[in-house]
Design a protein around this ligand. Structure first.
Ligand code: C2E
Ligand code: CA
Ligand code: CA
Length: 593
């Protein structure tokens, strides 16, 4: 009887019988001993093979992506998850390089060269999160080398799809870092975002904005309206600080925070001009205009602090200081900034003073009938005149239109125009910003104030494209009062030929850029010709802006424009000069066109 062992335990007995005695000699016993060894070996192999089948099935069916790679990254084996994932057959994949999947590592670099480096350095494990650019999935991946004898190695690559997890985490983070009411960052989100940024910026300002009359707004209107106001303020702030759109946060009930990179604002002056716009914010909720007053505290990076926490603290201290000064005040924490701020006469102050001291004046640029170059009307163009210095609208009009001064400016304009319209015997046109035009308050006042005066309003195309219904309604009412409507800068950007049919306007002013083109560019000339023709068909007159040369004048006349305007004929003039050059403006018997 020969006991057979498997895994060190008795497994069975091999029984052998012989009739003759002493049959099992030492020699036969030696052979039998060998047989025993062979059987035990075979048993072991059978078990191993069976196990291998099971293991390879498990690998094949595993939900993880499994590859076996050789030392060059060639795929020796892959499982069904891989095949399903890339929609190919086993034979198409095996023998290819792992490079075919275009994996990227978490730092954005290519996986393949890094894998080759790992192979050459004989490390014992490699892991990272890969991005597969073909399938747009993220994969948590581990690679283990195995020795298969003769100094040859294979690499087991195990990957797990973690795209869904990552998506969920991103969602969760957003929820945790965002203010649910107004969709801006919350304090946590702000701290994180800004802290991350601080390493990259050289200089910046952390601004804390507090609404000084929020309790009043909530009480006077309702919480619902209050919430909408907050939302609107968020939008306004994003408009004022476009470079910091994603760095604006709601820090408290009625407190906002913002981080401004200095480079976005040029210098402290640029920043102060922007901050001026925050002093008073007008928002419209349900057609009512609500005026929001604020205080602002500013911390300077890196001078006042190296972390968001520190900067917030300093900005808040500056804020309490600002509050003591009353609504609309802002303060820097750093005293040297504060001094600088006080030195700078900001646009804000310039406009405030201009309104207070009546520094605003109109210059008047005449326009003429194209056929005989007789005076046809005047365009009022605003200037600020102080101590012999004259500021042109390009220096302040943008700011003015966004600022709290707009209503006061409109007030001044109304008075000024009313007086001129009474005295002048020629039509006057006034420029109206989109912001004014789209405010019902402005339109109503205008309609109430003027009727029968020889007035025109110049608005730009953009204004009516934003809300055609509203614009066409207002235009109808204006014209019902005998006020003419000009479309300014026609052709810039929008070229709303199609709207002309719906909007009964009086004159289109074709933009200067086209008039400059008509001499040299045939395309411009053709386009302008069509515009003029189309306008005439619709009963609309046309004016050529910015005529600077005799050549331009010549062509413009030929193209059939009704009116011409430009430096060649006349520059914008101060009132005195205008009246001495064109005395017919005041004479009673001058003909109106
Ligand atoms: P705009 O309404 O297109 O006014 C024409 C501008 O072109 C004026 O500049 C005028 O001086 C200039 N201009 C006239 N003829 C020529 C020419 O032949 N060549 C050149 N190169 N320029 C010419 P200004 O006075 O600096 O006004 C700039 C803009 O500011 C105006 O453009 C208008 O959009 C705005 N603006 C002016 N006054 C007012 C105002 O009272 N209210 C509002 N809301 N905006 C105004
Ligand atoms: Ca104009
Ligand atoms: Ca214009």
């Amino acid at each position: 009887g020969i006991p057979i062992y498997k895994d060190g335990n008795p497994y069975c007995v091999l029984g052998l019988y012989a009739k003759e005695p002493n049959f099992f000699t030492d020699e036969t016993l030696g052979l039998l001993e060998e047989l025993k060894g062979d059987i035990e070996f075979a048993l072991k192999r059978i078990e191993e093979i069976r196990n291998n089948v099971i293991i390879s099935q498990a690998l094949l069916k595993s939900p993880a992506a499994v590859f076996i790679l050789d030392e060059e990254g060639k795929i020796v084996f892959c499982n069904e998850t891989v095949l399903r994932g890339c929609g190919r057959s086993f034979n198409e994949i095996v023998g290819q390089s792992i490079e075919m999947f275009g994996f990227k590592l978490s730092d954005g670099s290519d996986f393949y060269p890094v894998f080759l480096k790992f192979v050459s350095q004989e490390g014992d494990k490699f892991e990272d999160v890969l991005f597969c650019s073909i399938k747009k999935i993220y994969m948590e991946m581990k690679i283990y080398p195995i020795e298969i004898g003769g100094g040859v190695r294979r690499f087991i690559f195990l990957g797990r799809d973690v795209s869904k997890e990552r998506e969920l985490i991103a969602k969760l983070e957003k929820v945790m870092l965002e203010d649910p009411l107004i969709g801006l960052l919350n304090v946590e989100g702000f701290e994180r975002r800004v802290n991350k940024l601080l390493g990259e910026v050289v200089e910046g300002f952390l601004v804390v904005i507090d609404i000084s009359n929020f309790t009043y707004i909530n009480r006077t209107y309702s919480f619902e309206v209050g919430n909408r106001v907050l939302k609107e303020i968020g939008k306004v702030l994003q408009g004022i600080f476009p470079g910091s759109k994603d760095l604006i946060a709601r820090l408290g009930a009625d407190e906002f925070g913002c981080f401004l990179r200095k480079e976005d604002y040029g210098d402290v002056r640029g920043l102060i001009d922007r901050l001026g716009l925050v002093k008073e914010i007008r928002v419209e909720v349900d057609g009512q205009e609500i005026v929001v007053a604020t205080n602002v505290g500013i911390g300077y990076y890196p001078g006042d602090g190296k972390s968001v926490r520190e900067l917030l603290e300093k900005a808040s201290l500056a804020l309490s200081e600002a509050k003591r000064g009353g609504a609309g005040e802002f303060r820097f924490f750093a005293s040297h900034m504060e001094l600088k701020a006080q030195e700078i006469i900001s646009l804000d102050q310039l406009l405030e003073k201009a309104l207070e001291n009546r520094w605003f004046v109109f210059f008047y640029q005449p326009y003429f009938r194209a056929e005989d170059l007789r005076l046809a009307g005047l365009e009022a163009l605003v200037r600020i005149k102080v101590d012999g210095k004259i500021y042109n609208p390009s220096e302040f009009i943008d700011y003015l239109e966004r600022s709290r001064f707009l209503p006061k400016f409109e007030e001044w304009m109304f008075e000024e125009i009313e007086e001129k319209a009474r005295r002048f015997r020629v039509p006057i046109s006034v420029n109206v910003s989109g912001r004014s035009f789209s405010r019902r308050g402005f339109v109503e006042r205008f309609l109430n104030k003027f009727s029968g005066e020889d007035l025109s309003l110049e608005i730009t195309e953009r204004v009516f494209i934003e809300d055609v219904g509203y614009a066409s309604d207002v235009i109808k009412r204006l014209r019902g009062r005998g006020i003419r409507v000009f479309i300014d800068d026609f052709g810039t950007g929008y070229c709303a030929l199609s709207y002309l049919r719906e909007l009964a306007v009086d004159v289109i002013k074709v933009d200067r850029s086209f008039i400059q083109g008509v001499v040299e560019k045939k395309r411009d000339r053709d386009l302008v010709e069509v515009i003029v023709l189309l306008a005439r068909r619709l009963g609309i007159e046309s004016l050529a802006e910015g005529v600077e040369t005799e050549e331009q004048l010549d062509i413009v006349k030929k193209l059939g424009f009704n009116y011409v305007q430009g430096f060649l004929l006349e520059k914008p003039l101060p009132e005195e000069e205008l009246l001495s050059k064109y005395p017919e403006i005041l004479s009673k018997d001058s003909q109106k066109t």
